[in-house]
Design a protein around this ligand. Structure first.
Ligand SMILES: *Cc1c(COP(=O)(O)O)cnc(C)c1O
Length: 370
């Protein structure tokens, strides 16, 4: 059985224990946690200065497997185990498989993950394998993987933990609770990357529940961004061969499409599309000016903010929260790519202090030369 932390421990206890009264769990639910949630909400003065808004970044790369997927996975695996699951299955663009693998192995059950061949970042593939998942690369795209995972879960004894599993979105709504706790109210605008649109839906649900509970005074406008080569919701139709460097949102037929449209309408929200060059530019701004390292899909929140600010759609002083969904170490190669497409080459120097000082443009202190 999982051990509970001591009552006076200041360690964050994971989202199921922290929000047990706001989730559909009971004493019969075995809590499978790696301590997910409790991620920092970081003020971003550099982005505030660029936009005239009051910008904060919810850094979900700080979750145990490096993405927000852990919030939903603790719930989905805990409920699955409660109902006797011995194996779980998911289709994934990478982070769901890393998370499912970690939580399943922690619970002592098997994870099976289906990923599109050649289209997932090395860091994520390594995680799933390290955590002992049975990983199959399907010769198709994410949407094909999800169809197969659903078929298998319907007809064989494996439990589906994709975001079509309602427990996932329930667990993910806790991120909105955390934002409201830190800010003391909901923000005016909340921006998220959109793939299957489960996270967009989850934030809106969390904010709605907070408003009803009297914890906040407003619903944020939900802004969601898709990559231009993979923007079914923006286009209004499924995309057969979605294409973008932001592999985590390379999805042509979002599972939570309807739910997300409802959330948009209810919150006076917005869906926009951003091309890969703008995503990479935003990636550089976030790492070089704010100090937060994310994977490309996450940077679309920043790109979306900049695009909306340029369009005049962000009122001066508006409080804006950007969710950045996954850690930069998942897919680090993009940090080395310059704007013209070549790779950064770190400068090589000899073991020679004066030569290095010279190169750095440093002049010796007065005492050193006296
Ligand atoms: C899963 C994922 C997304 C997309 O979230 P959805 O709920 O599918 O819209 C975005 N960024 C990262 C890093 C992800 O892992």
């Amino acid at each position: 059985m999982p051990q509970s932390p001591k009552p006076n421990s200041r360690q964050w206890r994971g989202v199921l224990r922290e929000y047990s009264d706001r989730l559909n769990i009971s004493d019969a639910t075995p809590i499978v946690t790696l301590g997910e949630g409790g991620t920092p909400l970081i003020p971003a003065p550099a982005l505030s200065a660029r936009t005239g808004a009051d910008v904060h970044v919810k850094f979900e790369g700080m979750n145990p497997t490096g993405s927000f997927k852990d919030r939903g996975m603790t719930m989905a695996i805990s409920k699955g185990v409660e109902h006797g699951a011995k194996a779980v299955i998911c289709a994934s663009t990478g982070n769901t498989s890393a998370s499912a693998a970690a939580y399943a192995t922690h619970a002592g059950i098997q994870a099976v993950v289906l990923v599109p061949e050649g289209k997932i970042a090395m860091g994520k593939l390594s995680q799933a394998i390290a955590h002992n998942a049975q990983l199959l690369q399907v010769q198709g795209n994410f949407d094909d993987c999800l169809d197969i995972a659903r078929d298998l879960a319907t007809n064989y004894p494996v439990h589906l933990v994709n975001s079509v599993n309602p427990d996932r979105i329930e667990g993910q709504k806790t991120a909105a609770f955390e934002v409201v706790e830190v800010l003391g109210d909901a923000p005016d605008i909340h921006i998220v990357p959109v793939g299957n649109a489960g996270n967009y839906t989850a934030y809106h649900r969390g904010y709605t529940e907070d408003l009803k509970a009297g914890n906040s005074t407003k619903l944020p406008r939900m802004f969601g961004f898709q990559a231009a080569g993979s923007a079914p919701i923006v286009l209004g139709h499924a995309v057969k061969d979605p294409d973008t460097i932001a592999t985590a949102i390379r999805i042509g037929n979002p599972a939570s499409w309807e739910l997300a449209l409802n959330a948009r309408d209810d919150s006076d929200g917005w869906f926009g599309a951003i091309d890969d060059a703008k995503i990479l530019e935003a990636h550089r701004i976030l790492s070089a000016e704010v100090g937060i390292f994310v994977e490309p899909a996450s940077a679309i929140s920043v790109a979306g903010l900049l695009e909306r600010a340029e369009a005049g759609a962000i009122p001066a002083g508006a409080r804006v929260v950007l969710t950045v969904t996954g850690h930069g170490l998942k897919d680090p190669q993009w940090a080395l790519r310059t704007a013209d497409g070549s790779d950064v080459q770190p400068t090589v120097v000899p073991v020679d202090t004066p030569a290095i000082a010279d190169l750095l443009g440093l002049r010796a202190n007065a005492e050193a030369t006296a």
